[in-house]
Structures are given as C-alpha cells and as structure tokens.
Design a binder for this molecule. Sequence first.
Ligand code: EPU
Length: 336
Amino acid sequence: MQIETRLNLKLLNTFGVDATAATAVRVRHAGEVRDLLRNRQLCAQPRLILGGGSNVLFTRDWPGLVVLPDIREREVEAGAGDAVTVIGGAGEPWDGFVHWTLGLGLAGLENLALIPGTVGAAPIQNIGAYGVELRDRLLWVETFDWIRGRLQTHYNADCQFGYRDSVFKRELADRLVTRVAFRLSRKPELELDYGEIRQELADRSIHAPAPRDVADAVSAIRRRKLPDPAVIGNAGSFFRNPVVSEAQAAYLRNQHPTMPQFVAYGGVKLPAGWLIEACGWKGRREGDAGVHASHALVLVNHGDATGGQIWVLAQQVRDSVSQTFGVTLEPEVRVV
Ligand code: EPU
C-alpha cells in the first residue's frame, strides 16, 4: 500500500484545478483495502474516493484521506447462449475497457464509448449517453464495506439506479467500488435512434454497422461536441438535465415555444444546455472560468481558474436559469 502526504490533485481531476490531499493512498487489490482498514490513523481521517477525477470539482483542499482505486482486472465468463459476462476492476479506464469488450466481439457498451473516467466510477452516477445507460448492461457491482471490513456484491436491482443516480451516491456513498460486472452479448442489438448516430453512420457510408462502428460514430460526435479535458479542463455536463412535471412543461412550452422537451424519467426532460444558452451564457467567461463556446452545459477551465471560481460561475448560471425559467439546475458533478 502506497501512502503519500500532501498529494497535489491537479493532474488527478479533469477540471485541472489546484487542490491538495492531506494524505492519499493507492489501492491495487482488495487485500490492500484491508491493510488500509488496519491503519487506524488513516481510517480516522475523512475519506474521499477518487476514480478518474472526471466528475468532481475541488473548491478547496481535501483535509483527509483520498483513496485512489487502481484495481486493474479484466475477466470474461461465458454465459448462457449469446450472453457473456465481463468483469472490470475499478481502476480500469472506461474507454479502454469498452474497446477491449468490442475487440472480443461483444456488443453492449458501444454507445458509451469515450466517456471519461473509470470502470469503478461508472455505476456511481449510472453513466449514460446516446440512448444507453450503464444500468441497461450492468449485472453487479462489488464494493468494499469499511464498517464490516468485507466485500459485498450488489445486483442491478439493488443499486437503485436513476438518471445519473444510484445508491452509491446516497446511502452507500462511502463504499469503495472494487469490481463491476456487465452482461454483454455476442449478438448485437444496436441502439441507433438517439441524436445523430444514424446521420454519422450514413456520412461514413456505413449501412450495416457493427458495434465498433457505433462506438466510432459516438466517439466522433462526442469529439465534435465536447471539449477534450486533455486540452481544456472540464468535467462534461456540469448540471443534470432537469426533469419537470407535464404541467410545468406545458406552461414553459407556452412561454417559450422553441424550447426542446423530451418525455423521460417519469416527467419531461428539459435540455439544460438550451436553458443556459437561452440565458446568454454560452461562450462567456469570468477570468479563466467559462461556459464552453460550443456546448453550454459544459463549464471549462481556460487555464488557471480555481475550483472556487468555477463554482461561483456555476451558481451564477444556476441563478439566472432559475430566474428566467423557474427551473432549478442541480450539479451533476460532485462539488467538494
Ligand atoms: N443544447 C442547446 N445548446 C447547447 C447545448 C445543448 O440548445 O449549448 C440543446 C440542443 O437542443 C440539444 C439538446 O440540448 O439537442 C441536448 O444536447 P446533447 O445532445 O448534447 O445532450 P445533453 O442533454 O446536453 C446528455 C448527457 C451527456 C451525454 C449526451 C448524449 C446529461 C447531463 N448529459 O447531454 O452526458 O453525452 O446527453 O447522450 O444527461 C455527461 O454526463 O457528462 C455527459 C456529457
């Protein structure tokens, strides 16, 4: 178990903001987590588990222990018929894992290509893109329970998955995800109806796409729309798309006839990017904290913004959307 003190987190969060962890420990397997548990001094500190750092905004230093799960593991288990179970260690980079499954000829994760982050972080916010959510493919999540000192398996139905939500964001927020299992298939059933996927495939003259073609199309769309964190600091969508009642949606439709609305998640989903753009924020910047010029839902660090400055900007954006539309935006990103 590798313990570090005063670890700089700038390279460990995709916003690229400066922050320091008082202590940090990298864990490579469940045995090391048990070692950590035996270290009373470390365990007494407030604990933060940091995966790929692609969904977090540090507004201050972390006064306690940061746990960096570095569990690398890829396993395939034959299932019944065309079904195949694959298992990934929490520290596997997500996109590499997706491409590994595609290389095995397995379908299921292609729409989730190029999402930043790790396998272990994926179930926490039930990552989703282009018509597929993680919960559609997930079999179980294995976590380490710090109190009982043992591993626990949570089957899909126990994870309380919702839109960018799961039990691991709430009651079990302190759990360390160690491994995640997915149910994939040798027989592709492709989801092509979301957004521009069909158009992108047509532009590439692909008429009978394989899962890998879908992953390539989704990756191309993402690269066009979303800024690359390696070039400009960001954490993808900063806010969740708000889901409002049908009555509120009808009122807003009446007031703003061009507002896009989608029936989803037991209500009507409003694109937060549209709301923010309509309030005039797209491309604006306050110092080095900014709203991205081609996607208003993405807040960016143009260079040396602090997490605090980005958070101030986020609150201004939230207040202005609330005043204009009466809709409250909730951060999707974890704000520390
Ligand atoms: N829009 C605007 N202006 C903008 C941006 C968006 O008007 O500046 C409107 C457009 O009408 C567009 C609509 O918003 O049609 C939706 O935009 P987009 O298709 O880019 O999707 P999104 O709702 O902004 C969600 C996820 C993304 C995911 C995409 C594709 C959330 C919070 N975000 O974004 O996930 O990649 O759909 O499925 O649900 C992430 O979670 O970090 C993320 C990037």
